[in-house]
Design a protein around this ligand. Sequence first.
Ligand code: URA
Length: 194
Amino acid sequence: MTQLEAFYTELQKFFQPLWPGEDKPLVLGEGNDKSPQLMLIGEAPGETEVIKRRPFVGKAGKNLDEFLTLMEMRREDIFISNVVKIRPTEPGKGGRTRNRAPNKEELALFTPWLMKEILIVQPRVLVTLGNVPLKALTDPKITIGDCHGTFLESKAGIPLYALYHPASIIYRRALLPVYQADVLGLKEALQETK
Ligand code: URA
């Protein structure tokens, strides 16, 4: 068993009994866990991610493909995970369930596990998608609008590069060129320090 597998076994043992009677499957990280160049960190899995038990395979996953194309990387080159590893939901219209932002309690429960996950994977750079992972790994006062496309020091001691969340680009099309420029900025920075 690898160190990461042992860690995920421990994580599952901790979280599975927390919500008795509720169906809250865990979506764990995946990819290159041996000091990859990048570890991508999202907010929390959505509906498709829970069905497939894999991070970033739904709508946001399409945007991830665009990120990978711009970076000239393959999905298996990097490690992909989320801060919160269950799908936060609330009742929606017509008895349906919809996504919501993770709450304080979920963030407090999952963030220490994310820190351990990062220290096991040991990426060269952390790439956060949106405010949730950015705030969890830096300072709650920092917001993505102020620091997207820049490097920050993370609480894990590994440089962090902040990107907008893929979902915000789907809803705010004007952000697309900004996002693309930020991704190319990351690519150049990685090439310079090779
Ligand atoms: N899918 C994920 O796995 N994480 C997100 O933050 C969004 C979609």
